[in-house]
Design a protein around this ligand. Structure first.
Ligand SMILES: Nc1ncnc2c1ncn2[C@@H]1O[C@H](COP(=O)(O)OP(=O)(O)O)[C@@H](O)[C@H]1O
Ligand SMILES: [Mg+2]
Length: 359
């Protein structure tokens, strides 16, 4: 069992003015309470500086914690050394030993494992096979590609058979093609290991494709926890709505208070295939920019009440400067209050929608 429980976990960098007081700096991690489920692929995602690395390093035992407790399985590890927590960590930089072969790099990670030699050899063979590096055991890091190096780092972590893997942006130094290959491989490795993964990234697309449990963070706080579908389809607040998506949700400030949101892919030009009736909200505007996204076009449109994105695959291509009409269906709108929290009540959404329609 390797679920992770965090209670009021807080990190404030800096020294306190007097003993017994808290430091006065900003809260890098602000009273985080959550459970990371056993065997989950949990992704911590949020903009740069939101506290992801700090939170991960606290779980690893590499960062002193200001307040709070951490449990792994049923053990309170708050005051345990990193080596006693049953975790392995993989960083953005590979941290391999350049003078050692791939084999030796993995073996080195097992130096403290106190296993018989043949068992160690067996395990190294297994993990090199798992990460697809069997043929490269005798190479040195300098003679490997970036992706292969990152796989050595991964192999070294896997060889320790930890219950929990902590990974901090491990793919961010790889080029786009390799990154997407490694994503797929990591998902498969997670399946075959049945251990708990905690994976940090600032990239919401990476988060959504890899994680089964997504934790969205902003300014040291947890904004929402859920499956990729929940985070995308049922954002709990304006931050999550705008952060998740490619691009994020369009948000319009309502003249009567609050905010209305709709996704770029769930609004349409009135001359596309969509059926329109008189209940629909139709907004006039002008195309400001067009981007080619393969089979789809991404339009940036000035709707007077705000600039919005619209994504569609229609062959009926619009050009910059063209006057357009956009239809926004009631079923596709989200409502948020002035505190940027989601309003779920359907009748309230309808009232705000009708008000906007009349204004
Ligand atoms: N060693 C440090 N000393 C002081 N402030 C730090 C230190 N490390 C990080 N911070 C601050 O803590 C906040 C969170 O940083 P970090 O955990 O690295 O965020 P992320 O990994 O999400 O980019 C940021 O405001 C950052 O400037
Ligand atoms: Mg970081």
């Amino acid at each position: 069992m390797s679920k992770i429980d965090l209670f009021n976990l807080t990190k404030i960098y800096g020294e306190p003015k007097r003993k017994g007081l808290l430091p006065e700096g900003t809260k890098a991690v602000n009273s985080v309470t959550m459970t990371i489920p056993d065997k989950s692929f949990t992704v911590l995602v949020g903009p740069s500086g939101c506290g992801k690395t700090t939170l991960l390093r606290m779980i690893a035992g590499l960062e002193q914690i200001t307040l709070g407790t951490i449990k792994i399985g049923d053990v309170d590890v708050t005051n345990l050394e990193p080596g006693d927590r049953g975790i392995a960590m993989v960083f953005q930089a590979y941290a391999l030993y350049p003078h050692m072969t791939v084999w030796k790099n993995v073996e080195f990670g097992l130096a403290n494992a106190r296993m018989p030699k043949y068992e160690i050899n067996q395990r190294i063979k297994e993990v090199l096979k798992l990460v697809g590096l069997e043929e490269y055991a005798n190479r040195r890091p300098a003679n490997l590609s970036g992706g292969q190096r990152q796989r050595v780092a991964l192999a070294r972590a896997i060889a320790k058979k930890p219950e929990v893997f902590l990974m901090d942006e491990p793919l961010s130094n790889l080029d786009a093609k390799l990154r997407s290959e490694m994503r797929t491989e990591l998902i498969q490795i997670h399946k075959s290991l049945s251990s708990t993964f905690v994976y940090v990234t600032h990239d919401q697309i990476e988060a959504m494709t890899m994680g089964d449990n997504i934790v969205v963070m902003d300014q040291g706080l947890i904004m929402q926890v859920g499956s990729p579908e929940e985070i995308h389809d049922e954002p709990a607040n304006l931050f999550v709505a705008q952060f998740i998506g490619d691009p994020g949700m369009n948000i319009i400030k309502l003249p009567h208070g609050g905010f209305m949101g709709f996704r770029p892919r769930s609004i349409y030009f009135t001359d596309s295939d969509v059926a329109i009736d008189e209940k629909d909200l139709i907004l006039r505007g002008k195309v400001l920019a067009v981007e080619n996204h393969g089979s789809e076009k991404l339009y940036f449109v000035d709707l007077k009440i705000g600039n919005i994105y619209l994504k569609e695959a229609s062959r009926n291509i619009k050009t910059i400067g063209e006057t357009v009409e956009v239809v926004v269906k009631l079923n596709n709108v989200y409502l948020f209050d002035d505190n940027e929290r989601r309003i779920y009540e359907k009748d309230q959404v309808k009232i705000a929608y009708d008000k906007l329609k009349r204004s």
